[in-house]
Design a protein around this ligand. Sequence first.
Ligand code: COA
Length: 215
Amino acid sequence: MFSRIKEDIQTVFREDPAARNIAEVLFCYPGLHAIWMHRISHFFWQHGWKNLARLISHLSRFLTGIEIHPGAKIGRRFFIDHGMGVVIGETTEIGDDVLMYQGGVLGGTTREKAKRHPTLKNRVVIGADAVVLGNIEIGEGARVGSGSVVVKPVPPGATVVGVPGRIVEAKKEPKVKPMLDLEHGRLPDPVAEAVNILVKKQHDLEARIKKLEGQ
Ligand SMILES: CC(C)(COP(=O)(O)OP(=O)(O)OC[C@H]1O[C@@H](n2cnc3c(N)ncnc32)[C@H](O)[C@@H]1OP(=O)(O)O)[C@@H](O)C(=O)NCCC(=O)NCCS
């Protein structure tokens, strides 16, 4: 348990350059308090103590301004910065290392008692006041711009902005593949390249001579 608490505190330092010391993080980060209270309420929810779970979640909302339904499944190192106005619905699933800013909503679009809230894969970022609605998947590493409204799935690595959300940036492949230097069979061969150029030049010249001879 203490290792998880330590990990949560380290996450705040990683995500928020304004964080100065542990006392400040412990006492002045409502996002952290909301996640800790959610873990307790989620435990009771899973063990059938649903009213108690709702009560803890309600108390957390009162104290932090962040509303996380006890049924929501949340991975490790989730961080809510500032927090006020965040709403996370009952059937939401959140992966690891997800970052969310104030006013973000992960909401449902149907009254059916089924999976109706978004699934965020690892390393997703939800900007301030962004609204993600319905049982859609936000792919790994995708970013939702502040103030956007997203109602369709977002592919991994994409950046979505606006209302309705549109993709402005897809994940770029690294220019040099990391292991290329070690793949000896795929290294460029400058001698072979030079010979190929000379052979091509020779063919072109032969073709021109034949043409001139034919005239
Ligand atoms: C979406 C986001 C992640 C994109 O960052 P980025 O990759 O650096 O992208 P850029 O700033 O280069 O913007 C790319 C395009 O999207 C537009 N854009 C960026 N964010 C936007 C937003 N929230 N709403 C509408 N358009 C936006 C830019 O104007 C630009 O458009 P252009 O190509 O026509 O010029 C970032 O803008 C964002 O909203 N982050 C959330 C941060 C946040 O909420 N912080 C709260 C701190 S309290």
